[in-house]
Design a binder for this molecule. Structure first.
Ligand code: NAD
Length: 355
């Protein structure tokens, strides 16, 4: 594995920890990109990586994305992310979650974790038995817990897709608008339900084909094989699975005037944002459109730490602000003849003191 600081994904990260616990078999990376606005906050991903270098790459890229996401969402949090290197069978044990909780506690609040791909509310509860630097905990009727960030992310992505359709296609209704959804898990599935409720036409795909087929049957859409979704001619291509799908090859395949979805790190490299703009495709910067979940779990975290009752109406209002932020980026991109991804990056870098 090459040294992470020579990796093109290293971006002056403040801290990168390798956590290994022999007894439980836990191996994880925790990356804190920036603490300029507050403690590094971002979820933990539990994933099987064929090569540890790919896990490191994910931690570096995702933590920088969290710095940008939290800053653009106006949250008093920096950017961090953890990845747990699962084995092929993705065995997850209570001892592993306990060891991970201890590792977070040892970071003394410089990193706050929550759910990401492969982690559940129950996992967060297990981690919370060892550290208080965790959020996205199961609701227990106390009013201070927001729980699973997925529904808030889906709602924010839905509002962002609607705004992209307005700005990019000049349509004020989603009725009949054809959206191709890649990934029908927590975020993609929730998004598809919102879209269906507004009369959108759906094409769905997931590597778990049965999952996409079930949802298509429920919502009246069409399911296609996972490797076909990027070739679908549609109004909006919505990535809601894993990242780096917008590379030279991926962008060349697209037959959609709008790309707007919840997946993190959709652009393989920064210049792929330019490629999208050159092709005339309106792109919703991922870390802006998918901020609903981190907004919710941060509100939950801050309420708990400050001994306040969580006011979910304030969380909803903050998620409602996502479309206006996107519109501001698109307007500035239009005025500057620049790609929206570049404009958003510049805004975020300014906010985290790296302008
Ligand atoms: P999830 O695990 O619930 O769902 C992901 C789905 O994508 C799964 O059904 C999986 O089978 C499918 N998938 C994986 N690879 C695929 C591929 N190549 N083609 C098609 N489908 C594929 O995860 P999620 O919480 O819905 O997260 C989805 C994305 O959104 C991730 O990139 C995540 O980082 C991002 N995100 C999630 C949240 C959140 O609140 N959950 C917040 C912000 C960003």
């Amino acid at each position: 594995m090459t040294a992470f600081w020579t990796s093109p994904d290293f971006d002056e990260h403040e801290r990168v920890e390798l956590v290994h616990d022999r007894a439980s078999g836990l191996t994880a990376f925790v990356a804190i990109h920036s603490s300029h606005l507050g403690p590094g906050a971002g979820g933990t991903r539990f994933w099987h990586y064929p090569d540890p270098a790919m896990a490191m790459r994910d931690a570096l890229r995702l933590s920088r994305g969290m710095s940008y996401k939290n800053a653009m969402a106006g949250l008093p949090m920096g950017g961090g992310k953890a990845v747990i290197l699962a084995n092929v069978a993705r065995d997850k044990t209570p001892a592993m979650m306990a060891a991970f909780g201890d590792a977070i506690e040892a970071l003394c609040g410089t990193y706050v974790t929550a759910e990401d791909v492969g982690m559940s509310e129950a996992d967060m509860a297990a981690i919370a038995a060892r550290t208080s630097y965790v959020t996205g905990l199961p609701a227990q009727g106390t009013g201070d817990r927001g729980g699973d960030p997925g529904p808030h992310t889906s709602r924010g992505v839905f509002l962002g897709v609607r705004e992209a359709v307005r700005v990019g296609l000049g349509k004020h209704s989603l009725s009949g608008v054809h959206v191709a959804v890649q990934g029908t898990g927590s975020v993609g599935g929730g998004l598809a339900r919102h879209l269906a409720s507004q009369g959108a036409r759906l094409t769905l795909a997931d590597i778990d084909a049965a999952r996409a087929e079930r949802l298509a049957a429920e919502l009246g859409g069409e399911a296609v094989p996972a490797d076909a979704i990027m070739d679908i001619e549609c109004d909006v291509f919505s990535p809601n699975a894993l990242g780096a799908i917008l590379d030279d090859e991926g962008i060349a395949r697209l037959r959609a005037p709008v790309v707007a979805g919840g997946a993190n790190n959709q652009l393989a490299r920064a210049h792929h944002g330019d490629t999208l703009a050159e092709r005339g495709i309106l792109y919703a910067p991922d870390y802006v459109i998918n901020a609903g979940g981190i907004i919710a779990v941060t509100h939950e975290y801050l309420a708990r730490r400050e001994g306040r009752t969580l006011d979910i109406a304030i969380t909803h209002a903050a998620v409602d602000a996502i479309p206006a932020r996107l519109a501001e980026i698109w307007e500035a991109a239009h005025a500057k003849h620049a790609a929206p991804s570049r404009v958003a990056d510049a805004m975020a870098q300014q906010l985290i003191g790296r302008g």
